[in-house]
Design a binder for this molecule. Structure first.
Ligand code: ZN
Length: 324
């Protein structure tokens, strides 16, 4: 009991001093140009300083918070202790690593957007092994990655989420193609998100893409993002197991409150999307976001097709499994 009181007292006294801008004494700060020579010219003088850090279970670098008179380059603020992390949002950057990092640390006078994310994961061509993961914003602070968005009952997503940006060029309209993700990037996503889900007790269907929480505005991380692989290999996110492709199994395991739909029905499909978490104010965009994540994932040709009976099954079974 005595030690309990001591611990509580210790935290009460010292907690306010452990904030986002603290750095430990043994950190060696280096200009980002030295660590990422593939992405920044040596003469560029971005004044972005980084230090090595272990983010459990991945090694990487962290940007050291900017000090006076450059505090406006810190695109984050303290996370309110009542705002627990509930959602993890995955993005693609469209921009290369260097341009992304510069945008996330720009002087506020040069941009009204003040955007950022907690992590940026470089392509293997942009960073040496063990340098691919860069932390821009500490996890106990709020980054501005989600914008106007909604998931379930939550609309102020930035305050309760972690944002991870994966360097990827996304959709190329000229030749109707999607930029593939690198295995190295997916491995880092899998390991990091698995740890975060465990640490913050994030629900499986609260690991989402930007397009899931903002279907009217965003398409990232896109139809080629390997959600199934992340579920199978790292146990993260929502998906259906092979045995759950059987209606009888889903009923036995999850006792769904509605019967399995037997025919395609857009209204009913959209209702289920709303129950699952989507903003359904624009039905078509919500359907597209769902398809990109689940039923048309890795199959861009199916992205714009009509709803099928199989897709009715998917949303019914996902709602049964996760939204009860
Ligand atoms: Zn995004």
């Amino acid at each position: 009991m005595k030690s309990f009181i001591y611990i509580v007292t210790f935290h009460l006294i010292f907690l306010p001093f452990f904030d986002c801008t603290n750095t430990t004494c043994d950190q060696v700060l280096q200009p980002i140009e030295i660590i990422y020579p593939e992405c920044f010219r040596p003469t560029e003088q971005t004044e972005i300083m980084v230090h090595k850090e272990y983010f459990n279970p991945v090694h990487g670098y962290a940007i050291s918070p900017f000090k006076s008179p450059n505090e406006d380059r810190n695109h984050f603020h303290h996370r309110n202790v009542n705002n627990k992390i509930k959602i993890i949002v995955l993005h693609f950057t469209v921009l290369d690593f260097g341009t992304t990092v510069k945008e996330f640390t720009s002087k506020r006078s040069n941009t009204s957007r003040n955007v950022s994310s907690h992590y940026v994961i470089a392509r293997p061509t942009e960073a040496r092994t063990h340098n691919q993961l860069l932390q821009v914003v500490p996890e106990n602070c709020v980054s501005n990655h989600a914008g106007i968005s909604l998931w379930g009952n939550y609309s102020l997503i930035n305050s309760i989420s972690i944002g991870i940006e994966i360097v990827n060029y996304g959709y190329n309209a000229t030749n109707d193609s999607w930029d593939p993700f690198y295995q190295d990037q997916i491995r880092i996503v899998g390991l990091m998100v698995a740890r975060m889900v465990d640490q913050y007790k994030v629900l499986p269907h609260y690991v989402v893409g930007h397009s899931d929480i903002a279907p009217n505005r965003k398409i990232d991380p896109g139809v080629m993002f390997p959600w199934r692989k992340l579920y199978k290999n790292y146990g993260i996110g929502a998906w259906l197991d092979n045995d759950e492709m059987n209606e009888t199994v889903v009923i036995a395991k999850y006792s769904p409150s509605t019967p399995c739909p037997s025919t395609p029905d857009q209204k009913l499909f959209v209702n289920y999307l709303g129950v699952y978490g989507y903003n359904i104010s624009d039905e078509i965009q919500a359907i597209k976001a769902f398809k990109a994540h689940f039923t048309a994932n890795q199959k861009p040709k199916l992205y714009n097709s009509l709803i099928t009976r199989l897709e009715m099954y998917w949303i019914w079974a996902l709602v049964a499994k996760y939204s009860h």
